[in-house]
Design a protein around this ligand. Sequence first.
Ligand code: ZN
Length: 158
Amino acid sequence: MSQHLPEPEFDELYRELILDHYRNPRHKEPLADADVVAEGYNPLCGDEVELRLDFNNGTVTDVSFGGRGCSISQASGSIMSEMVIGKSIANVRKMSEQFNKMMTDPESEPPEELGDLEALQGVAKFPVRVKCATLAWHTLEEGLRQREEGGHEAHVEE
Ligand code: ZN
């Protein structure tokens, strides 16, 4: 764990949501024969994520999320997996942009589209932990880019 990094404090409701996703990550069964496998690593905290993505035309039809690391990184990936399945790539990119914006501006009002991701906004006050929250999203973005370029594997280091 990341004892050398500051630990954001969350409101009770948000903390429970984050811990629930951390302990019971959604969509963790790895997709077999996924179109794209994207791995991300955040050396600052030691977080790892692995996304497997399936596409049909311009839509993300399925995602599996695996990894290990701090609760913020794992909850962020788990919530993300719930939010992007069935969405168009354009829509996912917009969501990612909104999330990154929220994570760099602690005072911003999170758009409704971000749903439960709002729980992670408290991390924005701790710049050294922001990469924990954005790791899964940057890994996803690289996965989408690989998809466009006909690639099947993506590697991201924060
Ligand atoms: Zn972390």
